[in-house]
Design a protein around this ligand. Structure first.
Ligand code: NDP
Length: 324
């Protein structure tokens, strides 16, 4: 047996229940990982509320963890007992003291990275990696906009984009978050209450932007389109304020032959070589010090409900880690 946070039905944070669950031996191709730290991500909220569907209920939610391999099933070659590993692209099930997981979703952690750092960066950091290196490869000298710039993905994006030589315009909800975004590489930090397209016009001398990275979704979609230059790319990668209904495609024509994509980390890391590639991209910028992982909140795993309340109330900045 082990302990885990499960949902028996979807709903508010109170649906997250700490309970004893069975822990089977690893099957062929699986490893049993004893978690040292578990990552909190906005996607956990979507599974808890039912915006994203768990395959069945009750379900252990959570996508990201770091720990030690305790046992392996038949045929496992990627990891061995005793390895320090982390993951972020497995099926849900991370909110547990230990779990079995497909070994080909595990990444060995470099020595210099702690379990807390790993649980605070794998999902958000590999997301930043695929967004700015694969989905829309950002070039030095470009000016780009990042929503929720003081959040988990946001703080990593600000630092990494600056490192690539881009000028970052961050958008956040408070002055405190604006200061944090600036301290992490945003050249400009706008507030959600500002006239964001007008400010972007001023900053770019009327040129507008080649790309916007939008994780807020419903509340920011139209604002983001209005910030783009002709042929610009709208990267809509999250729904913190609610999902975006697919608009009349004519809007893309009217606003200048725009492109829209709705990418996911899952697709961009479905092949193991891509998973390892994005993890190594991340380890490189963290290892060199170009990107610092800010674990600004930690909670006991059994108090995951409090962590969800803080995340949804926009009280967190940077990454949040749950400790088993
Ligand atoms: P964050 O730390 O960024 O937290 C979410 C932030 O969104 C808040 O802090 C808040 O920042 C902003 N926000 C805007 N509107 C709302 C709202 N109505 N309710 C709550 N927050 C709101 O979370 P993560 O770093 O974990 O994730 C960021 C986003 O990236 C999420 O939308 C997530 O789904 C997405 N994502 C997508 C992936 C993909 O594969 N497509 C992978 C990983 C993450 P502020 O107060 O400054 O507005």
């Amino acid at each position: 047996m082990t302990h885990a946070i499960r949902i028996h039905e979807t709903g508010g944070p109170e649906k997250l229940v700490w309970e004893a669950v069975s822990l089977p031996a690893p099957k062929a191709g699986e490893a049993l990982v004893r978690h040292k730290a578990v990552g909190l991500n906005f996607i956990d909220v979507y599974f808890r509320t039912g915006l994203y569907k768990a395959p069945s209920l009750p379900a252990i939610i959570g996508m990201e963890g770091a720990g030690v391999v305790e046992a392996v099933g038949e045929g496992v070659t990627e990891v061995a007992v005793g390895d320090r590993v982390a993951y972020a692209t497995a099926p849900i099930g991370a909110y547990a003291e230990a779990r079995c997981i497909k070994a080909d979703r595990l990444v060995k952690m470099p020595d210099g990275i702690s379990f807390e750092q790993a649980a605070g960066m794998m999902l958000q950091g590999m997301t930043a990696a695929f967004l700015i290196k694969k989905c829309y490869p950002v070039q030095a000298g470009q000016t780009v906009l990042v929503h929720a710039a003081a959040g988990g993905v946001g703080l990593i994006m600000c630092q990494w984009l600056k490192h690539l030589g881009a000028t970052v315009i961050g958008v956040v909800s408070t002055e405190e978050k604006a200061a944090l975004a600036r301290a992490h590489g945003a050249a400009h930090a706008l507030l959600t209450k500002d006239d964001v397209p007008a400010r972007v016009k001023e900053i770019t001398g009327g040129a507008m932007l080649p790309v916007v990275f939008d994780s807020v979704g419903r509340d920011s979609f139209n604002v983001s389109l209005d910030c783009l230059a002709p042929f610009g790319m709208m990267v809509s990668y999250g729904n913190a304020s609610g999902p975006v209904a697919i608009p009349d495609l004519g809007i893309l024509a009217a606003k200048g032959s725009l492109f829209v994509t709705r990418p996911t980390l899952a697709t961009y890391t479905a092949k193991r070589e891509d998973l390892i590639g994005r993890a190594h991209d991340l380890f490189e910028v963290v290892g060199s010090g170009a990107v610092k992982i800010r674990v600004n909140q930690t909670f006991a795993l059994k108090d995951a409900a409090d962590a969800h309340r803080a995340l949804e109330a926009r009280q967190t900045t940077g990454s949040t880690v749950l400790l088993p």
